[in-house]
Design a protein around this ligand. Structure first.
Ligand SMILES: [Mg+2]
Length: 234
């Protein structure tokens, strides 16, 4: 492997550095349990299905999700119930949101090898920075590109180019690590970076394997665990 030529690694955030969907699923279950315990009459499974349908429609980061949920299943938004849901969600989130196993150790090793590290996320600046700080990962990265930096989301070349410019390393010496074949891998390839597909974080395991198996761009490397990055740089 010609990895001696790589001097920078850029990471996608959700499902690449941290298992956001695992947190989401766990926290939503906790919120539903809390609402049922406080008097909401609904079957757990049905509640989960409705909640995730709402996420599908309004986006996985929708800040009003429990308002929408209660408006739908309870006809009106009962604020004490809403508060119970939000409180349970936040409490669960704090206990579950973690980087992938061995992420910190692997990032430390890369840094000790003199490799520059960065993040390119479609999340807003505040979300990206807070999430990294919560995970104790922020100090590893010299460059953090978030939505506001270019106003464009991956696979648009703008966020990738901005990261290249800030990292001050030519594209062909950068490895991009991401879970989404079309947004991360195709986008990074298009600007000339090397690519590693974070297969371990790919949402197929949450949403079934129907997700765009066809026409998947071919990465230079496929990672089944985060720590496999070490092998690339050995
Ligand atoms: Mg991702």
């Amino acid at each position: 492997m010609k990895t001696k030529s790589i001097s920078g690694v850029l990471f996608d955030l959700d499902q690449t550095l941290i298992d956001f969907l695992k947190m989401k699923r766990y926290s939503c279950k906790a919120a539903i349990d809390a609402m049922i315990k406080s008097g909401l009459v609904i079957k757990k499974k049905k509640a989960e299905r409705i909640l995730f349908e709402l996420y599908d429609r309004h986006g996985i980061e929708d800040p009003l999700i429990f308002q929408r949920f209660l408006a739908k299943v309870n006809r009106k938004i009962d604020y004490p119930l809403l508060a119970k849901a939000i409180a349970a969600y936040r409490k669960a989130q704090r206990t579950v949101l973690q980087p992938y196993p061995n992420a910190r150790q692997t990032l430390s090793k890369l840094k000790r090898k003199g490799i520059k590290l960065g993040v390119v996320s479609d999340a807003s600046r505040i979300k990206a920075h807070v999430r990294l700080a919560e995970m104790d990962l922020a100090d590893f990265f010299e460059v953090i590109i978030a939505l506001e930096d270019t106003g464009k989301t991956k696979p648009h070349p703008a966020p990738f180019r901005k990261a290249i410019q800030k990292l001050r390393i030519p594209a062909e010496k950068i490895l991009f690590v991401g879970d989404n074949p079309h947004r991360d891998i195709a986008g990074a390839k298009a600007v000339g970076m090397k690519t590693a597909w974070a297969k371990y974080g790919h949402p197929a395991k949450y949403f079934g394997s129907k997700t765009e198996a066809k026409g998947r761009p071919k990465p230079d490397y496929t990672l089944r665990r985060f720590a496999q990055l070490n092998k690339i740089f050995r």
